[in-house]
Design a protein around this ligand. Structure first.
Ligand code: G3P
Ligand code: MG
Length: 406
């Protein structure tokens, strides 16, 4: 009876019907349902995961025990995920290739956000402007910035090579291999006199792409630029220290904007204790700034987890990645977009706080899961996650349980 009525109903249905009726001819309802399931396009979940890298998937460059198993399981289940890290220092393509090899899981840049990836959205604002990029090995970050579309990118190595007295303790020969001469169009005479040798350069913004390798040189140069008159290195703004002005006149004279890409004070590397991160450099620089300016506030723009800008950028990436998964012959569960995102991290200050505070423009809710495999090793976390688990596999199991995903 049931088979018959199903058959009759099939007659009135469109294409799918054809499949139904042919299956009917060959089996029981249970078999039908199973065959329907096996031939139905795989479903893509309306929830997803965002994975931190250091302390969750990798410890320095070594994969953590169940990282591969977790990511490959999610891929088999068509559960979308992205990697969302405060790390950086090389191009997304290079980093994703490395990660795919180390984790032995096919990954691509559509599912990857690192600390400076959101800077791609700022390149247009600095078209034909000159920026200083610091951090990372050699001038890797300069090349990343150029790939993002920034046109005139200088590094501290270029400046110390062009102006060797800029920092008395630097060894310019250390920078020779990747320093570039400053383009003539960028050079101008410092005090408007025509005397040669007193050239200078105007910088419109400073981007800290990754952990500086020479804290002293970078600190001196960034300090000089923030005390300068409209970013002209080697000049001093007459407004500095003028108490009648906001912030006692500091950063009130067209100085370059200062962008940090990662606030992490500590992170989990190969050493058994957490190490200072870019946030450590920021704290050190703020200390010098307060000392030099007698306590003025440091105007700067922050990116990286826990900041909203980075989570909003990551969410867009995750939604696009999910759509791409759906687009490639898979079907989606439910009609709307992404509903829930599980942020799996090892750092309460960045991963947990960021997910807890994130208000999604598209209405998805983010839930924080804290693992014990990285920075956090126990005790009451400063920011309360939804749950604390041992590692990334347990984190995903917890999420799937919440979702009732079989
Ligand atoms: O420099 C990287 C560090 O700050 C942490 O990276 O992957 O744990 O966000 P991640
Ligand atoms: Mg981490």
């Amino acid at each position: 009876m049931a088979a018959l009525s199903l058959g009759r109903r099939a007659a009135s249905l469109p294409v799918a019907a054809h499949r139904v009726s042919s299956i009917l001819q060959h089996g029981t309802l249970k078999q039908c349902r199973r065959r329907l399931q096996t031939t139905a396009p795989p479903r893509v979940s309306d929830f997803a995961f965002a994975f931190d890298i250091d302390g969750v998937l990798l410890r320095s460059s070594n994969p953590l025990p169940r990282a591969h198993k977790t990511l490959s399981y999610l891929q088999k289940q068509n559960i979308p995920f992205i990697l969302l890290t405060n790390g950086g220092g090389k191009s997304e393509t290079e980093r994703v290739e490395e990660l795919s090899q180390r984790l032995e899981v096919p990954l691509d840049v559509s599912m990857f956000v690192q600390s400076h990836t959101p800077f791609t959205e700022l390149a247009d604002d600095y078209k034909d402007k000159c920026i200083l990029v610091t951090g990372g090995d050699g001038d890797k970050c300069r090349r990343v910035a150029e790939n993002y579309g920034f046109t005139d990118v200088l590094t501290p190595a270029d400046l110390i090579t062009a102006f060797p007295t800029l920092w008395p303790f630097a060894s310019p020969q250390n920078y020779k291999s990747y320093a570039r001469p400053i383009p003539n169009r960028r050079l101008s005479s410092r005090d408007h006199s025509q005397r040669d040798g007193d050239n200078t350069v105007k910088v419109d913004a400073v981007f800290i792409f990754n952990d500086p390798r020479d804290w002293a040189l970078d600190t001196q140069i960034i300090l000089d630029l923030l005390l300068s008159q409209s970013g002209r290195l080697g000049s001093l703004s007459p407004k500095n220290g003028n108490n009648s002005l906001p912030n006692n006149g500091y950063q009130q004279d067209g100085q370059p904007l200062l962008y940090f890409s990662n606030p992490d004070l500590l992170w989990a590397s190969a050493y058994h204790l957490p190490r200072l991160g870019q946030g450590g450099y920021k704290a050190a620089f703020e200390g010098v700034w307060r000392a030099v300016t007698n306590g003025a506030k440091l105007e700067r723009r922050m990116f990286g987890k826990p900041h909203h800008g980075t989570f909003a950028f990551a969410e867009k990436k995750l939604e696009n990645h999910r759509h791409a998964l759906i687009g490639s012959g898979r079907s989606k569960i439910g009609t709307e977009g992404l509903k829930r995102v599980y942020m799996v991290g090892d750092n309460p200050e960045s991963d947990v706080l960021g997910a807890n505070d994130y208000q999604s423009a598209s209405g998805s809710t983010w839930q924080s899961i804290l693992v014990r495999s990285g920075v956090y090793s126990g005790g009451e976390p400063v920011h309360k996650p939804k749950v604390v688990v041992e590692d990334v596999w347990d984190a995903v199991q917890w999420g799937l349980e919440k979702e009732g995903w079989k």
